[in-house]
Structures are given as structure tokens and as C-alpha cells.
Design a protein around this ligand. Sequence first.
Ligand code: UDP
Length: 480
Amino acid sequence: MESKPHFVLVPLLAQGHMIPMLDMAHLLAERGARVSYITTAVNAGRIKTTIDRIKESGLPIHFVEFQLPCAKAGLPEGCENFDLLPSIDFFKSMMLAIGMLREPLELYLRAQHSPPACIITDFCNPPETTDAARELRIPRVIFHTTSCFFPLCAHLIYRHKIFDRIIDEYETFLVPDFPGEAIEVNKVQAPGFFGGLASEDLLESALKAEATAEGLVINSFDELEPSYIQQYEKMLGKKVWTIGPLCLYNKDVDNKVTRGNNSSIDNRKILTWLDSKEEMSVIYISFGSYALVGPSQLIEIGSGLEASNKPFIWVVKGVERSIPEVEKWLCEFEERTSSRGIIIRGWAPQMVILSHPAVGGFLTHCGWNSTLEAVAAAGVPMVTWPRVADQFLNEKLVVQVLRIGVSAGLKVPSSYLAEDSDVVVKRDDIEKAVWNLMDGGEEGEERRKRAKDLGEKARRAMDEGGSSYMNMKHLLQYFS
Ligand code: UDP
């Protein structure tokens, strides 16, 4: 007789979705569940060290590797993660390939001795994963990798059919029926679910999957956005379990270093460097797992950082420095700033960096994970530089509502693969924003204090007896 409830987790194949779901898998397993985590060979390869560690520890997480039918869906072979797409034009093919996982998923679910207690599937997954669970009558929960602030805005805009009457996509409007402070946006900054990339059919089926789910799990915590959580729960008329910040699962350095991918820098090197810096003196710059910065903007960022004279850790991706002139510029820049800066070429151990007391600020693209990690791991304020999708609304939450960020001043989304000519923020403005964040006088101190305070609340939420801890307990009880 099976004693532990069996949870099957189906993440979207993107770093910002797989990483928090793996944190969730750890938490569920530690709190008494048995977990199956659906993945593919390429994605499993990235977290091999984590998988080996889990096997050794005996934690009941089983990694189920499906073969993604890349060629059949029109994807290059091995293109198993959104950050491997040659361009965003392959979005549809990727969704098609993920949808084709329905068959192996259904076979896997059928092969279980007793039906799983619950299947948790990412809101952004195509509907086929939902269909498999529905067919087998397995209780289903939707996971949003965002705050409640974002889907609440997106729903209200959609329900009020705001976009039907908007002709100018830069025309500003207030999000209707929104609780608390008025939120003013335009269409380009609030394109809705899927960053406006989904067809009407995909959007409709995702909303239907949400409406027919048993409930939702959200990577957020009650003390961060109480009125939005309540309103969202009320609007959907179903349980919303806020169980985050999930990143706080990663307490020891070993977990943090290998989280999500193999780090491109030696951990001792980065820690020794950070140890040598004053508390809260370093600014960390990263645009997440897939948004790229074009060559001209890259040089502008470097020049702004150089002029700011602040210690920094800057993450630059492989594709960004693939142009020889860019790499040459970076090498020269690195030499000039070697006494106070580090460039990480590739994948940064973000949780290691953010948890270090020397880090005092984060220039971020406002991906929801990065935003929460800034709050939870570091309690540091942010320079916000949104690019696409939910990121402009995350900026609103951070700058306008929580008042723990300084905007870099972006008004328009920039493409995932920024063109060379795109300089959207000039070096002087970058320098100013960095100064404002790190030495913002009385206002800056207040901002820092608020960020620290939220960081403490985040940790308390995850500690035994805290709000997220209790929500996880209720989630487990509900499906036991
Ligand atoms: N991340 C990391 N190292 C990197 C880039 C990203 O650890 O070099 C992690 C980061 O900590 C976060 C996730 O990848 O957990 C990115 O998710 P987010 O929602 O911030 O942005 P996205 O990549 O989805 O745009």
C-alpha cells in the first residue's frame, strides 16, 4: 500500500520554469510526498550533479526523461529548452513538441500501480498535458511561475476586453477593478499571458485548464502581495496555495552552485572575490536565462558600469560575445576593471552570488524568479530593466508598489535577440541608475530597508510555521 502521496510535476521546458519546479519537487519530497519530475535528456544533463545528489540522499524524487520529438516538430535536434531556440520564431514548434509529450506522459501515468495523487503542470504548457490528466481523472493543479499581481492584471485586462478597444498600443489605461494602488499600463507593457506570443486557441485552452484545475500553486508568499493573492483567489473561486519563495529551498552552497545548470565559474573563485568586498558594495547584473543583449547595448552597459566605479559581477552569455569585436572589447574592459569587477561568461551561480552579504544591488530584467531571488536571498534593491512578457508588470510591482527598485527607464519591450543598433539605455543613464541604487541618499536607504524587511518576511514565510510552510502543509493534506 502506497503511503506517500505521489505528485507528478510537469514543468515548461524553460529555465525560469524548470528551476522553481525542481525546488518545489525538493520541498514536496522533504515534506512527505513522492515526486516524479518530467524532463528530457538535454535538460537532465544540465542538472546531473543535482540528480546524482538526490539519488545518493534517497530523497524520493524520480526524474522521468521523455524524448522530445524535435525533428517532428520542426526544431533542430537537441533543442529541448527555450533558451536553445535559434530564434523566437520557433516558439510554435517548441509548443508543438511539448504537446507531443502527451503520449509518453499518459503511458507513464497509466503505468503507475495506483493513480498519482496530483499532477502539477505549468500554466504555459500546451493543453495536451492537461488532457492526459483529465482523461485519467487525476486531480490537477496549475503552477504559475509568476506573482499573483501579474495573472490578476492579465485576467482583468482580458476579461474587460481592453485590447478590443485599444487602437494605439502605447495608449495608457488603468487595469480595471484592480485592488489597491492604481496600475497604469499600455498594451506593449502588458501583453498578457505568454507575452502575447500565443494564439487565441492556446490562450483559451490555458485559461480553461486553469478554470478547471483543482487549484493553483504560486511562487510567491502572502506577506509580499496579500491583496492581490486574495483577489486572485476570489476571482478564480478556487484555492491558491502560495508556497514560495521556492528558491529558499536552496540553503547549502552545494545546492546553490548546481541549481539549474553547470556554473561557468569556479565557486571558490567567486566566493573568495566576494569575501574581499565590503558588505553591500557589489552590484550584480544579469538578464536571466534567455534574453540577449546586442553588441552596442552590451558595450553601453560595460561603459556605464565602468563609469560608476562600483564593484560588479556581470553575466554575459555565449551568444552575446560570439562576435569577435565584442569579445575583444570585453577582454580590454575586463583588464581595465579587473580590480573591481568580474565577468561571468555563461551561466552564473545566481543564488550563491545573491546570498552573499557583499552584494548590495541587482540590475535585473525582472524575470519573476530573479525578482523573488533578489528579495528572498539577498533582500537587496534592484535596477529594473524589463524586456518582455510579464517583466514590465513585475517592474510595476517592484518600483511602484513595493518601492524596492529604481527603473532604468524602459518604455518599450526589446526583442529577445536585440539587434546591434538597439541602444535603449545609454551609458550615462546606466551609471546614474547604479549610483541611485547603491548610494541613493536617504531615499536609497529607505529603499534598502524595505528590501531587507521583505527579505526577512520571505524567510519567515518559508520557516516552520510560516505562511508558505503552512500552505505547503495544506497542499499536501489536500492530496493525501
Ligand atoms: N539563472 C542562473 N544563472 C544564470 C541565469 C539565470 O542561476 O546565469 C537562474 C536564475 O537564478 C533564475 C532563472 O535562472 O532562477 C531565470 O528565471 P527568471 O524568471 O529570472 O528569468 P527568465 O530566464 O525566465 O527570463
